[in-house]
Write a protein that binds this ligand. Sequence first.
Ligand code: HEC
Ligand code: HEC
Length: 617
Amino acid sequence: MLRHLLIPLLLAFCPAGIAAEPGSLTFPEAQAFLKTYCEACHRGKTATGGFQLDKVESEKSFAMETHAWTRLKTRIEAGEMPPKGLPEPMLAARETFAKWVDSELKREACSSGTTVGPRPLRRLNRDEYTATVQDLLDIHLDIGGSLPADGAGGEGFDNAAETLFLSPLHSEKYLDTAKLAMDFAAKEFKSRARILVAKPGPGVTPEMAARKILAKFLPRAFRQPVGESDMGPYLELFRLARSKGEEFEPAVFFMLRAVLVSPKFLFRLEQGEYALASRLSYFLWGSLPDELIFDLAAAKKLNRPEVLRVLVDRMLRNDRSGNFAERFIEQWLHTRDLSRDKMPDAKLFPEYAADEDLRADIRLQPVYFFREMLNRKLSVLNLIDSEATIGTGKLEKHFGLKLPLDPGRKSQPQWVALPAGSKRGGVLGMPAVLAVSSYPYRTSPVLRGAFILDAILGTPPPPPPANVPPLGDEKPGAAPKTVRERLDLHRADASCAGCHSRIDPMGFPLENYDSIGRWRDEESGKPVDNSAELTDGRKVAGPDALKLVLLEKKDLFLRNLTNKLLGYALGRGLTLKDSCTVDAIVEEVKQNGYSSSRLIEAIVLSKPFRGEAEVSK
Ligand code: HEC
Ligand code: HEC
């Protein structure tokens, strides 16, 4: 009975059925929604769970009751409220409502302009620590291997402050690692030359020499100038070692080892322009600033737009930016998982499992592609579709294509034009991405569809309900079914279609790629069906048609990429206030032909990145 009454209301929320536009509610409509589904339990003094509808009944509440709005939106979005068993809004109505709350909250948050946002304390993550020690000591030793791995936080990256605390396990490992690194450096000619900038000689006491060495080493390690109070404790260690009868050099390395476990080394505690210097170099190089950046900070010239623009360009061209490309791409596109739980099945794909070079080429293709795109200042839309890619001899064979590779260096990844009709443009034509969005033993249009919605468009589907049975294996004797036939069955079920009619059509057009990204025309002896019907009723078939659909959503893609890059650059999760910054960056990049280098530049020039107190006009 109640359900019956609700139907006209639901129609009012999503007139076009499932594909209701975001922001399409009025305030009274939203209030009617809350009244219908929530009033029974959340009104007045007897309200359940500490949530009162009364709090959110005026338009002013977006400013005054941000927390209440966020909570109620989250619970509705997750399908947790109203509780199970009660009349509940359809998925589309829930999404429309949630998007409307988001846009209202954002409007409120942005009314006071862009802001710097939080600056949480964070330590160097494992990769940053490794690169920093290597650069500081000039050694090539992978010392990070023994440190515990960092979890992902914020926008999905392992440099997010939220996850970078210091556990007792870390402290112990840092001590071991510092010893390992220093012992190694003490034997290397290059490192010794870099570190031992003074020695006791006629008229120079060992302590004077040690002080000189420390005065050179400590500012680089701490990434900012140091004072006498910083030096004191380390010189004390030097004296201690000497008093125990140590020779000069071992005493120096003993002293410097302690620097590597200092909080000022392990944590990003830099101040003023030095904080910006480090933010910049950890963003684009994954390591400490070089002398030029350091000097610009010292001269208080770093925080000038014209200086930052030139620096960004120079830094992207430097080899060290490979660190950035690799870490960003492998986490954004999840291709790190290729060597973990998404590793293609070795029995089914022996040629992949046996060929280490092919695996490396596959894994690095999107990384090099991203770097070349930036260096060539191409449009970010090349990530969706492109006329060139990164090729090698192994990839050429894997694709079954003839690529115009430089015959002399086919083993080297190189930027190559794609032949017409290659179906290999953009990241969705890359085996790494196609494999990581498959199961190890078969493709899944659902996983690929969900991957596109999440990683590419930034509109992830809600998590699947807990009790869904896996795609059943066929009964013995029954005719084999393709994955599509099995998926068609569940999209026929209305309770599944709510999500799957949005997810699956994004994956079906990629069915011509097997789970290691090779082209195929048949599956289980039947021709591959790469067609799909989108939620708006349009039919698409094959990867090229899918990419056209994604290109129509290019602003959604740009916004998502901007969110990811800004989150990575700041090393934290984004807040509602940051979305105003994101808006401004998106607008600027759009005005400039979707230029990828412009995007990086705009991020570096943004208020949250440069820091408010430091921003000079
Ligand atoms: C049948 C009663 C009932 C209905 C209807 C109901 N809720 Fe709740 N709600 C509860 C109960 C019980 C709790 C406390 C337990 C919990 O948090 O899950 C709660 C807790 C909450 C909380 C506070 C907990 C938190 O996450 O901070 C919010 C917010 C909330 N509900 C929002 C809603 C919204 C929005 C609706 C309508 C879409 C709704 N509820 C409909 C029973 C209900
Ligand atoms: C709230 C959204 C939602 C609903 C409702 C939903 N699913 Fe899903 N389903 C998903 C998502 C998201 C995934 C991808 C999960 C992942 O990333 O591992 C998925 C994955 C699956 C898969 C695995 C696909 C594969 O290739 O093996 C099957 C099977 C599936 N769902 C069946 C169903 C069925 C049957 C129903 C209805 C009873 C249903 N789902 C309802 C969101 C949903």
